[in-house]
Ligand binder design. Structure first.
Ligand SMILES: [Mg+2]
Length: 129
């Protein structure tokens, strides 16, 4: 299984749950992709934080800056915030994730719109992973 996880409001909101779930996925040969809109400059502190929370993962992907998203995202119909969050969807499609857990309804709506094959779950439905 390839699992995508948001950090803020997701992992940070229930680190004990995600610690156990991420470990189980990796132990069973799957992948855990942590994908966050934290700025790329926050990488070192994010690695430290995930380590302190005991979260195992295969890859940590921090989205390019919001300004870059404006030309990286091809969907003209989306607003600036959606274009930035769409980069999570693009990542999930590129790495063929099976599940993605995120607390932001706007992110979940983008998965629903552009990546129907990926099971996007809200934080509240995290137990379904
Ligand atoms: Mg979040």
């Amino acid at each position: 299984m390839r699992l995508g996880l948001d950090i803020d409001g997701t992992i940070t909101a229930d680190p004990v749950f995600f610690r156990e779930r991420a470990s189980a996925v990796i132990k069973n040969g799957g992948e855990v992709h942590v994908v966050s809109s934290r700025s790329p400059e926050a990488r070192v502190e994010t690695v430290t934080e995930l380590s302190e929370l005991g979260i195992r993962y295969s890859t940590l992907h921090l989205l390019p800056h919001m300004s870059a998203a404006q030309w990286l995202c091809p969907h003209r119909e989306l607003d600036w915030y959606q274009k930035h969050m769409w980069l999570k969807v693009a990542y999930a499609l590129e790495y063929r994730l099976d599940y993605f857990v995120d607390d932001d309804p706007k992110v979940l709506a983008l998965f629903d719109r552009y990546a129907r094959g990926i099971k996007a779950l809200s934080f509240l439905d995290r137990h379904l992973v």
